[in-house]
Design a protein around this ligand. Structure first.
Ligand code: GAL
Length: 382
């Protein structure tokens, strides 16, 4: 296992030094295809969900520091727009595409065009389905994200020893996002034996992914769904012990519904994922209990290394990780997109609670505010 996190800054600085060298050299090297001749196209889903702002910024900064030109597009969670944006980048002649898909199943035709133009494609964070045009997938171990949430609930409630029963409700992510099922299954399966044994009860009966999915990962939809659940199943004084939410944007809505509409006097356990600023505030205030943190600066670093290797004509494999500080694994079996197993670099997520917020500050990506109470991002866009 490699050392995580601490050398992110060092890595970024190292990269930027290399980048400076390349740029200075540019006049003599330009005709022989230096990095600065190469443009990468980055397609992000939306600015309305916090994390993609951070991803876009880290990717852009790191690629530019390494001497690449960057075209960065956000597509407003609109699949037609994302297809158009990617087609625009293909027409502009980008040398490589990295795409965080809005809907992983809607890009096949556009990616046929990329393939015809010999533009390699990296699926960023979300797998792109039903196409052989994707070369690599860079993400986190998505199943483990959910598993960490489920295990956190198990440990908080002491499910192995406590008599229970405890009540739980699930809120999952966008059915168009291939990650969402992994998150839900990871969490559900970590808790399944306690549900089967009757120690954990789901008063709404909603235990299938489709019943608890949240299109577009919308905070408002998660809020409304939770309000409806509370009105239908908890208005008689039934206690809600856990609201298991797949990520922070949904946890934000669910926590809001609990604050406004839940009659009980306990503070239910609320899970999340991402380390969004509003959610970290809720964690300080005791309205959310944990978040599964994914260091997207590390995700950008791995993506940069994979891209460099591809653009140099190499075929990246497990060896690529030996030069990186980010903790990750190379996996050629777990992610099949319906056409092929997509070779995957999977980074390692971890749990953050109120007691471990300093760990985020230690990444260099967050800082305490002037009152030393809440966290702020050190990235400029968030
Ligand atoms: C997922 C991503 C999560 C979360 C969610 C909503 O694909 O892996 O980190 O942010 O989208 O944006």
């Amino acid at each position: 296992m490699k050392k995580i996190l601490t050398s992110v800054l060092a890595l970024a600085m190292g990269v930027s030094l290399v980048g400076c060298g390349e740029t200075t050299d540019n006049s003599s090297a330009s005709s022989s295809g230096s990095k600065s001749d190469k443009t990468v196209g980055i397609a992000m889903p939306t600015k309305s969900l916090e994390r993609w702002n951070r991803d876009g910024e880290y990717l852009k900064n790191q690629f530019e520091a390494a001497g690449y030109k960057v075209e960065l597009k956000y597509s407003d969670n609109d699949t037609t727009q994302q297809n158009n944006d990617i087609q625009g980048m293909i027409a502009d002649g980008v040398n490589l595409l990295m795409i965080a898909a809005i809907d992983g199943s809607t890009l096949s035709q556009t990616l046929d065009e990329a393939k015809a133009a010999n533009i390699p494609v990296i699926a960023y964070d979300r797998l792109i389905m039903n196409t052989d045009a994707v070369s690599y997938y860079v993400s986190f171990d998505n199943y483990t994200v959910g598993k960490l949430q489920g295990e956190f609930v198990r440990d908080q409630l002491g499910l192995d020893n406590a008599a229970g029963p405890f009540n739980i409700e699930f809120t999952a992510g966008d059915p168009a996002d291939n990650n969402a099922g992994y998150f839900f299954n990871g969490a559900y399966e970590a808790l399944q034996s306690y549900i089967d044994a009757g120690k954990l009860v789901i008063p709404s009966g909603k235990k299938e992914f489709e019943q608890v999915a949240t299109p577009s990962w919308s905070t408002d939809t998660a809020l409304e769904n939770m309000q409806n659940t509370l009105a239908s199943y908890y208005s008689d004084g039934t206690v809600l012990d856990v609201a298991l939410c797949s990520n922070d944007s949904t946890a934000l809505g669910v926590a809001q519904a609990i604050t406004s509409d839940y009659a009980g006097s306990n503070a239910p356990i609320v899970t999340g994922q991402d380390g969004d600023i509003a959610n970290l505030k809720n964690i300080v205030d005791g309205i959310q209990t944990m978040t599964v943190y994914k260091n997207v600066s590390d995700e950008a670093s791995v993506t940069l290394e994979v891209s460099k290797a591809i653009l140099a004509g190499n075929t990246p494999d497990a060896n690529l990780l030996s030069s990186l500080s980010a903790e990750a694994s190379f996996d050629t079996e777990s992610y099949n997109n319906g056409v092929k197993n997509v070779p995957s670099y999977l980074l390692v997520p971890y749990v953050i609670t109120k007691d471990s917020l300093q760990k985020l500050v230690d990444t260099g990506l967050y800082q305490w505010d002037s009152d030393n109470k809440y966290l702020e991002s050190t990235a400029s866009t968030t």
